[in-house]
Design a binder for this molecule. Structure first.
Ligand SMILES: Nc1nc2c(ncn2[C@@H]2O[C@H](COP(=O)(O)OP(=O)(O)OP(=O)(O)O)[C@@H](O)[C@H]2O)c(=O)[nH]1
Ligand SMILES: [Mg+2]
Length: 210
């Protein structure tokens, strides 16, 4: 049993607003940022709410594809959590489906204060072409990336290990860097909190290495 204090204690929260287009409004980049990405409906907003111990701070979808804008949440007056819109929702037009790329890529390229990305994958599904494209893009620009396998409450303990192993192998991930998470049970919340704290402690990956 751990007696460590809870990682990432939330003392204050402010919704700063949304960015709707690649060159649209976004908050001044004065604080470190951690962004949360993944396909539509994977559970980004739910994971954020669990992380910050709020039921409905980030809007959770009943219909997939709800988070259309990039939403910025200031925590403890000291850093910003960024809820990215989901990509790859099948039941919208091809044109709309392609819109995520410029918006998300524009955000990632412009965010000089970004410390890292938390990339979500649904434990029940094989990674899609969009997931691979996103992970490739993150690798290309070199932003530190944590992979979270979410909705683990939907599987039995035995199935979980097997699926995580398959996803790790499929994407050639570092198993040590994968966090198993459930927004329903709260499993993985503190592991994620610790991972976010360690990303925040790093200098921006965009700053030149001394
Ligand atoms: N069982 C279970 N359901 C989850 C979990 N996380 C999210 N969900 C459900 O999955 C659906 C989508 O969750 P969201 O958090 O809105 O997903 P999102 O990635 O923000 O979706 P977009 O904003 O559309 O990109 C909702 O019905 C959630 O209740 C989880 O860990 N376990
Ligand atoms: Mg969302």
């Amino acid at each position: 049993m751990s007696t460590n204090p809870e990682p990432l204690v939330i003392r204050s929260l402010d919704f700063l607003g949304g960015q709707a287009s690649a060159d649209g409004w976004r908050p001044e980049p004065t604080l470190p940022e951690i962004a949360f990405g993944g396909r539509s409906n994977v559970g980004k907003s739910s994971l954020l709410n669990r992380l910050i111990h709020r039921k409905k701070f980030a809007r959770v979808s009943n219909t997939p594809g709800r988070t259309r804008e990039i939403n910025f949440f200031k925590v403890n007056e000291s850093f910003i959590l960024v809820d990215l819109p989901g990509y790859g929702y099948a039941r919208i037009s091809k044109e709309k489906r392609a819109e995520w790329r410029p918006l998300i890529e524009g955000y990632l390229r412009r965010s000089v204060q970004l410390r890292g990305i938390v990339q979500l994958l649904d434990i029940r599904h094989n990674p899609t072409a969009d997931d691979r494209a996103m992970l490739d893009f993150l690798g290309e620009i070199g932003v530190p990336t944590i992979v979270v396998v979410t909705k683990i409450d939907k599987l039995t303990a035995a199935q979980r290990g097997k699926r995580i192993h398959e996803i790790v192998r499929d994407l050639a991930l570092d198993a040590e860097q994968v966090i198993a998470f459930s927004a329903v049970s709260g499993e993985g919340r503190d592991d994620l909190g610790e991972a976010v704290e360690s990303l925040l402690a790093q200098p921006s990956w965009k700053e030149p290495v001394p």
